[in-house]
Write a protein that binds this ligand. Structure first.
Ligand code: PLP
Length: 421
């Protein structure tokens, strides 16, 4: 199909051209004396996107799922109790992993579309006088439902109950796109992947660990080999990896961190918020609802849009893909067919997102949904125009003089030298 594919799933996201170019390299020896000059600064700079100075960043050639596993297996032992809430596909999968690794999970179920139930976490922590709970699992941005939960109150709940459990946060679809403050919020293990806010292909599982988490490594008895923090720390100290790292992804990560730092993290977050808000205005104009049940949970990286009963969301996605070359995110597990998702994170701006909104609008109409043509696009346009930053004045070439009107005397207008050309 002519033109570009409009990639609007909530990860993988679009890779900026300069990042693509940075990855386009001949392979190199990852044991050369030059290699640490690439790896060591990347590991250090990575800490900025977690907002940690005291923590340590790890890069595993895996994905977000691997980073979950690294967090659990380096800090916990078989049979340990962890507290987690489930309110979407990804919070569910993390719980499933913990159980399959041999941990006991105290699961707090919440409605899909709601955020993490902090009060119920707090009740469970307060009731746990013996401190049997070793870790709290918290999904910052539930990508399946487009729900963001505040991490700071979770930290307060741990502090208020004087509970020593580790705070593990899944930031796979938030870190680098939505404000995340590891040190300030006392996060012990923060998890992400390369293919979302970092604007890279999938292939890196990234974890930042606090000193408290690192201190538990020796006593943690869950089996680990590939994801062993000890092996990784030993090799990273000298700027190397314990096994073959992905060279292109490391070069790409160096470039994507530079892209984020040049824009400024706070500007990146503000851009994501504006883009998300325009999308939400479009959803309202279409007469549809988000899966997120209250504005406090609205995600700035992904909007999960409910389709009315009788409509299959999968059909909207398929028409958008085959007819308009637009990739939208699917409804997952119990949300299958009930919604479609627009990912609005990474390397994008208003006009790119406008393409996705227009495509979604056309696809929805194609499957018979009653959508007023142009309504979502118009609402987003109004929002983005009315909230655009003022442009600094610039000197521009003046407008050329208009052609002289014909003489009223009936005679032909005299051609000027300029107009005769
Ligand atoms: N956690 C969240 C919130 C996610 O959105 C995803 C993937 O989309 C994952 C975990 C799993 O990450 P990966 O697919 O990189 O293994």
């Amino acid at each position: 199909m002519a033109g570009r594919n409009f990639l609007f799933v909530p990860g993988p996201t679009n890779v900026p051209d300069r990042v693509l170019r940075a990855m386009h390299r001949a392979m190199e020896d990852h044991r050369s004396s030059d290699f640490p000059a690439l790896a060591a600064p990347v590991l250090e700079d990575l800490k900025k996107i977690f907002k940690t100075t005291s923590g340590q960043a790890f890069i595993f050639p895996s994905s977000g799922t691997g980073a979950w596993e690294a967090s659990l297996s380096n800090t916990l032992s078989p049979g340990d109790l962890v507290l987690a809430s489930r309110f979407g596909m990804f919070s569910h999968l993390w719980i499933d992993m913990a159980q399959r690794l041999g941990l006991q999970v105290d699961v707090i179920d919440a409605e899909w579309g709601e955020g993490a139930p902090i009060e119920r976490y707090q009740e469970a922590l307060a009731a746990d006088k013996a401190h049997a709970i070793k870790a709290v699992l918290f999904t910052h941005n539930e990508t399946a439902t487009g729900v963001t939960s505040d991490v700071a109150p979770m930290r307060r709940a741990l502090n208020d109950t004087k509970h020593p459990a580790l705070l593990m946060v899944d930031g796979v679809s938030s870190i680098g796109s939505i404000d995340f403050r590891m040190d300030e919020w006392g996060v012990d293990l923060a998890v992400t992947g390369s293919q979302k806010g970092l604007m890279l292909p999938a292939g890196l599982g990234i974890v930042a660990a606090s000193q408290k988490a690192l201190a538990l490594y020796d006593q943690a008895k869950l089996p680990r080999v590939f994801f062993d923090f000890g092996d990784m720390r030993k090799a990273n100290t000298t700027g190397y990896f314990p096994y073959t790292p992905s060279l292109p992804l490391l070069y790409g990560l160096r470039e994507s961190l530079a892209v984020l730092m040049e824009e400024g993290l706070e500007n990146v977050f503000a851009r994501h918020h504006r883009l998300a808000e325009g999308t939400r205005q479009a959803v309202k104009a279409w007469g549809l609802e988000l899966c997120a049940r209250a504005p406090k949970w609205h995600s700035d990286t992904v909007s999960a849009i409910m389709v009315p009963p009788g409509v299959n969301g999968a059909e909207v996605i398929d028409v958008a893909y085959r007819r308009y070359n637009l990739a939208l995110g699917a409804g997952l597990a119990r949300m299958a067919g009930k919604l479609f998702r627009i990912g609005h994170l990474g390397d994008l701006n208003e006009l790119l997102l406008m393409g996705a909104l227009a495509g979604a609008e056309m696809a929805m109409r194609d499957v018979g949904m009653k959508i007023t043509p142009g309504s979502g696009v118009a609402a987003a346009e109004e929002y983005w125009r009315s909230t655009a930053a003022p442009l600094p004045k610039r000197e521009l070439p003046p407008r050329a003089p208009d052609a002289q009107p014909a003489q009223a005397s009936g005679g032909k207008a005299k051609a000027t030298a300029g107009a005769s050309r």
